[in-house]
Write a protein that binds this ligand. Sequence first.
Ligand SMILES: [Zn+2]
Length: 393
Amino acid sequence: MLLSATNAVKAKLINLWVVFDAIRMNGGISRSGIADETGLSKQASSDLVDELIAMQFVRETKPSGRRVGKPPTPLAIDPDGAFSLGFHVDVGQMSAIAVNLAGDVLHREDHALNDLEPHHAVIQLELAARRLLASARIPDERFLGIGLATPGPFAVKGLSPPRLPGWDGIALRDLLREATGYNVSLANDGQCAIIAEWRFGASARRLTNFVYVYFGIGVGSGVMVHSAAFGGASGNAGELGHLTVVPGGHDCICGKSGCLETYVSVDSAMRHLSTRGIEVQTMAEFAEHVGPADPVIADWITQGVEPLRNGLNAVENLFDPQSIMIGGNAPDWLIDTFMERVEPLLPSVGRVERTLPRLMKSELGADAVARGAAVLPLLATLNPLYRELNPYV
Ligand SMILES: [Zn+2]
């Protein structure tokens, strides 16, 4: 396949995103400040600002303080310039949020979702979408669309996320698009979590190359390459759960043995508990009934430490990230315990002289996935790099 050419139109679209992001990252920046920040000429950056103002994504604000001469006009993202919805669909539960262009959560709904068969689940999702659009009073002409986060992988024959046999996230996305008439962008939970940390996290918002390892029912990851979340050829990039970390180890649903997911996911904890006669079926039950002091769980964690160490070592050597962020919707104590026990990390390129720790804890917690999902429509609309790196925009 030929590489796609960078023509003037595409270069302009990329620059439009760069200017938008410079304003987002530096609220109150002036036109000449954007030129300094981005390396664009003053004229080019000013023209792009005008375009973003015409789109109502950016507005001019009042200069503060007194000074001699005409002060530069500060620019800011216009929060009411656009809106989107974010859905996080997972085994047994869903969260749905309505956000404005600044990413502020205007309304949210959380529901049990016990039947994830796409034709059934879409009914609940559509109703939630309609309610959120009404309660947040989102005008149709300012609505960018819906971002949908679900467990992966997508469309791999015979391989479904743990506890979701026959799962088809792409079918749910297509059905939701049909039912609502809106554009629906799809990405997996790890990819959405990293997008949220990169946009809203206090520590990660200035990172450009990092990896997010997501602990949930399964284990996945999101990869940020030069400020663009990388989806891969089929939206399945970062499927870390199926990395072999223990040759000849536990059997995995993917047909291999020794995959990381069979050691450190909540699904693997539930299986381990089940072999000891303790039945836990959902994340909510797990969070409520299981704790770090439980000797059965302590034993399971001990077995998972070395496989996790191997998995993180592969991530460091493959991607050379500024840091690896650890998070997910698994209970906090589980994430904290693994982060503590996995040290010391194995030798890797991560030993380069560095300013950030090799591992960081997620700051947005379990909410990251819905918030990241809500950013997908903006990326699909305004960021050509995201469209290139992700198949389900
Ligand atoms: Zn596997």
